[in-house]
Design a protein around this ligand. Structure first.
Ligand code: UDP
Length: 350
């Protein structure tokens, strides 16, 4: 397949962090990504590998028009609200966008004969449950979301699975662990506003572009007392979406698959890795636990290998941090942890 001449794939939310990396991966495999995004949290500048259609995921007419105009053959669905804290304050909004938006998309797909979907789900569907702090999480683990955000991801999975049974849709829900890093090209990367994630905040602190990092809790039941997470390079995540499209599942099949490495890394280890990459210790203080943070979230990644033939290739902690650092030093869009668009204190000549 030549680059960009293969089947057209609708990427809802394709101007966001994982969506933009997936559009690039699709293009690299010869697909034609068509991004559908309302740009409320995504960036126009992140859409570089195909057309952008500006629209709201709940707008069935706009979705239908896009599917017809671009001859869409499959959909990768990222569009939705993602901030866990905000979901606690505004659960109705999260249900409206994440669940009603998915319903609108599924209806339009059925009406237009688009039979393949990859859905952006989350490890937030699991919650801590009765799991020990060092246990990995298999897909069959109890579902006990700790936030309305997690509730909406699980509800959307149920809706999708029901459509597979009822109408023969083929779908894969990818349950992400901690997406991190940036494309090695430096063209796209992580740009959340406000930024709340550990790696960009630790880098900003080390570069002097942000306040000292606060480590949330050091009294967890983990080897060094700080939280364990499973950090997965965003380019590996993007590759998992392409693998899900190409998994060759039968019509009507539904699979929910973890996307992680199986390796837990502690907050203290991440802070050390950032210090090594930047060449100076990360200024930090020790703070209280953040509400709702489970001690550990680490994937059992075996099913992704079985179903998708996918394993991570770029997810060593040092590679993730090096790629994140390249982006944070020179972001192409987003206002960053602090300061005006695309400019960091560490970039401003003195
Ligand atoms: N974390 C921290 N300080 C921060 C941000 C995050 O100690 O300023 C910790 C957080 O408690 C969690 C880990 O870093 O244990 C990863 O948090 P992040 O927000 O990046 O992702 P999450 O696991 O919440 O999806």
């Amino acid at each position: 397949m030549d680059r960009g001449t293969g089947p057209a794939v609708l990427v809802t939310g394709g101007a966001g962090y994982i969506g933009a990396h997936t559009a690039k991966a699709l293009h690299g495999r010869g697909y034609r990504p068509v991004v559908f995004d309302d740009l409320t949290s995504g960036f126009r500048e992140a859409v570089q590998w195909g057309p952008l259609v500006e629209g709201d995921i709940r707008d069935a007419d706009a979705l239908a028009e896009t599917i017809k105009t671009h001859d869409i053959q499959a959909v990768i669905h990222f569009a939705g609200l993602i901030e866990v804290g905000r979901s606690v304050a505004k659960p109705d909004l999260f249900w409206e966008v994440n669940v009603s938006g998915t319903t609108a998309l599924l209806t339009v797909m059925r009406e237009h004969g688009v039979g393949q979907l990859v859905f952006s789900s989350s490890a937030a569907v699991y919650g801590q449950g009765a799991r020990g702090p060092l246990e990995t999480i298999a897909e069959t683990a109890d579902k006990a979301p700790a936030s309305p955000y997690g509730d909406t991801k699980l509800a959307a999975e149920w809706l999708i699975q029901a459509q597979c049974r009822a109408y023969g849709l083929t779908a894969v829900a990818l349950r992400y662990f901690n997406a991190a890093g940036a494309d090695p090209s430096g063209l796209i990367g992580e740009a959340h506003e406000p930024e709340t994630h550990l790696i960009p905040l630790a880098i900003a602190a080390a570069l002097g572009d942000g306040p000292p990092l606060t480590i949330f809790g050091q009294d967890f039941e983990t080897p060094d007392g700080t939280c364990l997470r499973d950090y997965i390079h965003v380019s590996d995540l993007a590759a998992a979406h392409v693998a899900a499209l190409e998994a060759g599942l039968a019509p009507g099949a539904f699979e929910a698959v973890n996307v992680g490495t199986g390796q837990g890394r502690s907050v203290a280890e991440v802070v050390e890795a950032v210090g090594r990459a930047v060449g100076c210790a990360v200024p930090h203080s020790l703070g209280a636990r953040r509400a709702g943070d489970p001690p550990s979230l680490v994937a059992d990644p075996r099913r992704a290998q079985e179903v998708l033939g996918w394993t991570p290739q770029h997810s060593s902690l040092d590679t993730i941090v090096a790629d994140a650092l390249r982006w944070e030093r020179k972001p192409c869009y987003g206002s960053g942890v602090r300061g005006p668009k695309g400019r960091r204190k560490s970039q401003i000549a003195v």
